[in-house]
Design a protein around this ligand. Structure first.
Ligand SMILES: Cc1ncc(COP(=O)(O)O)c(C=O)c1O
Length: 328
């Protein structure tokens, strides 16, 4: 059965606040309005719920019994998926990347939550992870033979349907601006956010132009290079655009890959200091994998947009899993 493109479940607590703190403006060196998508929910909070409202709608419409997805061992996307799936009565299977599956990582942060809802976790090596789409398709075929109805969600929930979540987020911001939040209807100069699998960027590129939120989207890469992300985001935009009514309008996309730090999931000393200073001065908690690197990147840019909508995309369990790296 083909699912209707815009079918959506109500899973997130919306609208999320638009938050401003003068100390943050000082620290970042420009006017920053934070879209608090770290507050889209409880333990399942973060940017992924917005995508999952569309993806899990499709899963339930197809009467799925089990959801399959993938990510890093501390994947926020995997955690949001399994928590929401459990609430919908769906079983879930995760393919999580780790250096050595025979010595699995500690059950902390996101992994602890995955385990609490009894998600089935299959650890894979980085090499196997490179073949994740094939591995998940084979696992789905196996589950089908066992009488299950599997639904596959790609890394980060990042496909055309998932990206609709951020088209809708931009509509939400437009109505907040129209109702006088952030000083009135004037658009921002840019949307800035952390980019990990490209779906948030694609949704923002389509939605920020459509709803007059900002002419430019700055996607601060946390893993891949600029050229990889430009290709990935372009592909997701072209999948999402036909699901929308009318001609697509696109904001300019600027992918910045200078602030990835030492490795995916590893922040530099300067990035950790930045996160700690933001917390101390403004009470805003960023994570060292995504939002902390993205806001640090904005603060470091030599030529910054003047009035910014910064998407706080969540990631708190990832911070808690790195407690020892923030020891005094
Ligand atoms: C907390 C957080 N922020 C940002 C992102 C990046 O979003 P996207 O995967 O849509 O690029 C992710 C996931 O990758 C995330 O978990």
């Amino acid at each position: 059965m083909a699912a209707s493109p815009l079918r959506r479940l109500t899973l997130a607590h919306l609208p999320t606040p638009l938050w401003h703190h003068p100390a943050l403006d000082d620290q970042v060196g420009t006017e920053v309005w934070v879209k608090r998508d770290d507050m889209t929910g409880g333990a399942e909070a973060g940017n992924k719920i917005r995508k999952l409202e569309f993806l899990l709608a499709c899963a339930t419409e197809e009467q799925a019994t089990v959801v399959l997805t993938c990510g890093a061992a501390q994947s926020n996307h995997a955690r949001a998926t399994v928590l929401l799936a459990a609430g919908l009565g769906l079983r879930s299977v995760l393919f999580l990347r780790t250096a050595d599956p025979l010595a699995p990582p500690q059950w902390v942060g996101n992994l602890l939550l995955d385990r609490l809802v009894a998600a089935e976790i299959r650890f894979v090596t980085p090499e196997q992870y490179g073949q994740r789409d094939r591995i998940m398709a084979e696992a789905a075929a196996e589950l089908r033979r066992a009488g299950e109805r599997p639904y596959l969600i790609p890394e980060g929930g990042s496909n055309g349907r998932g990206a609709l979540g951020y088209v809708e987020a931009m509509r939400e911001v437009r109505s907040q601006l129209d109702s006088g939040l952030a000083g009135g209807p004037r658009p921002f100069d840019a949307v800035v956010h952390a980019c990990g699998s490209g779906g948030t960027a694609a949704g923002c590129v389509l939605g920020a132009a459509r709803y007059g939120v900002a002419p430019t989207v700055w996607s601060i890469a946390v893993c891949e290079s600029r050229s990889v992300f430009e290709t990935v985001i372009g592909r997701i935009v072209s999948e999402a655009a036909p699901l929308l009514e009318g001609d697509p309008h696109l904001s300019d996309l600027r992918v910045v890959d200078d602030y990835r730090g030492p490795a995916y999931g590893v922040a530099s000393d300067a990035q950790r200091d930045f996160i700690a200073t933001v917390a101390r001065r403004s009470g805003l908690i960023l994570d060292p994998v995504y939002s902390g690197k993205a806001l640090y990147g904005l603060a470091e840019l030599a030529s910054k947009p003047r009035r910014v909508l910064f998407l706080h995309t969540g990631g708190l369990p990832g911070l808690l899993a790195q407690a020892e790296t923030f020891a005094p």
